[in-house]
Design a protein around this ligand. Structure first.
Ligand code: XUL
Ligand code: CO
Length: 437
């Protein structure tokens, strides 16, 4: 395959840190073994169809700035086929093993529901052929339930049951497409599941509707034998003022309330975490502590901008903190590291797509090496273990086992008096991290 990215004739090589070639990896060495697994096994990167191939550079102030060769066809289906070919050419040359899509990225919406379904089926067949030809696999599929005007007031949370039914029917086909392509996960991001004003909104009703939609998805997956992991991707705002899947803690609570915990994990996105006023590591930790960290979208925001800029990950600190969480939970299982990132409006070339992904992969590869070193040296974990050591002694154990009371605590204080204040040593710990970076 060498039709759309002729500036990159073969695969991107690993050349090591001395290389100055912008079309080579300096850290990402797929076969390199890190703590018993290859880099490729640790870092299951996935290219996002929507940003990388359907992204146009458009922003709220202006239209498309990218002129992609795969868009230079007259019919929507011809554009879709060329885009699919470009995807597999790009992903193969980059040396990534996975991709992700929304149904409407892969195939255009038709005039009727059944035409949309026919378009999707035709594109799934083509994608399947390309998957077989290249060995590239599907990390996850999802349905676009936010682009079409019918979803203006939400999909599953819509006040009109007619729209709910449309969304459910669309998801049915998106799950079937994911299943047909052996997708390892299926993602729900609640595009317009939220509200802009409480004056016209019944939140309680909308939450119950959404729960029913998820239960239907679980039932349908069981019926067709789809065993991929269902994932919910939290986001606090944008496009609606208040999205229901605000952050990891909110989604975990929703899953428990509506008896869905057994069927779902979380897909944590870096820029969604920062929009919620959290760090990426905070959100990953909340999900991981609950045993629910399934996958991640690894873009980043810009601290000076208040919206979802979906930039490529280049911040080494953020990626090291993320990999510490991932390594400590023993990897992401069937999940991966989906870019969900777009080049900036001014980065108009197809070669910019390579620079962007290579940079992101190298940053995470470097972060993997650093996080592995931090964990194996044990300085940070030893400090944390010491900080909490009293909880593994007699009184601490009694409390955690539920065998303590206020009276017992009072007796303890009468015996031991004032506690000795200990240093949290934040600056020392930050220095330790810097010593690895
Ligand atoms: C939107 C977002 C989506 C999801 C998939 O902010 O992150 O692209 O990842 O629908
Ligand atoms: Co995302």
């Amino acid at each position: 395959m060498n039709r759309f990215f002729t500036e990159v004739p073969t695969n991107i090589p690993y050349e090591g840190t001395a290389s100055r070639d912008p079309l080579a990896f300096r850290y990402f060495n797929p076969e390199q073994v890190v703590n018993g697994k290859t880099m490729e096994e640790h870092l299951r990167f996935s290219v996002a169809y929507w940003h990388t191939f359907k992204g146009s550079g458009q922003d709220p102030f202006g239209g498309a700035s990218f002129d992609r060769p795969w868009n230079r066809f007259s019919s929507d289906m011809d554009i879709a086929k060329a885009t699919c070919e470009a995807t597999f050419e790009f992903v193969t040359k980059l040396g990534v093993r996975y991709y992700c899509f929304h149904d409407r990225d892969l195939a255009p919406e038709g005039q009727t529901f059944s035409e949309s379904c026919k378009n999707l089926e035709a594109m799934v067949a083509l994608a399947k052929t390309f998957q077989e030809q290249t060995g590239v696999k599907l990390l996850w599929g999802t349905a676009n339930l936010f682009g079409h005007p019918r979803y203006t007031h939400g999909a599953g949370t819509n006040p009109d049951v007619h729209v709910f039914a449309y969304a459910a029917a669309q998801i049915k086909h998106a799950i079937a497409a994911t299943h047909e392509l052996n997708g390892e996960n299926y993602v729900f991001w609640g595009g317009r599941e939220g509200y802009d004003t409480l004056l016209n909104t019944d939140m309680n009703k909308e939450a119950r509707q959404m729960a029913r939609l998820f239960h239907m998805a679980v039932d349908y997956a069981a019926k067709i034998g789809f065993t991929g992991q269902f994932l919910i991707e939290p986001k606090p705002k944008e496009p609606t003022k208040h999205q229901y899947d605000y952050d990891a803690a909110t989604v975990l609570n929703f899953l428990q309330t509506y008896d869905l915990s057994d069927h779902f994990k979380l897909n944590i996105e870096a820029n969604h975490a920062t929009l919620a006023g959290h760090s990426f590591a905070h959100e990953l930790t909340v999900a991981s502590d609950a045993g629910k960290l399934g996958s991640m979208d690894i873009n980043r925001g810009d601290l000076l901008l208040g919206w979802d800029t979906d930039q490529f990950p280049t911040d080494l600190y953020d990626t090291v903190y993320a990999m510490l969480v991932v390594l400590r939970q023993g990897g992401l299982g069937s999940g991966g590291l989906n870019f969900d990132a777009k080049p900036k409006r001014g980065s108009i070339g197809t070669e910019d797509l390579f620079y962007a992904h290579i940079g992101g992969m190298d940053t995470f590869a470097r972060a993997l090496l650093i996080a592995d070193q931090i964990i194996s040296d044990g300085l940070i974990s030893d400090f944390v273990a010491k900080r909490y050591h009293s909880w593994s002694e007699k009184t601490g154990k009694e409390i955690l086992a539920g065998n303590a009371s206020f009276e017992k605590m009072e007796a303890y204080i009468n015996k031991h008096g004032e506690p000795v204040l200990q240093s949290g040593r934040q600056e020392y710990l930050e220095n330790v991290i810097n010593s690895y970076i």
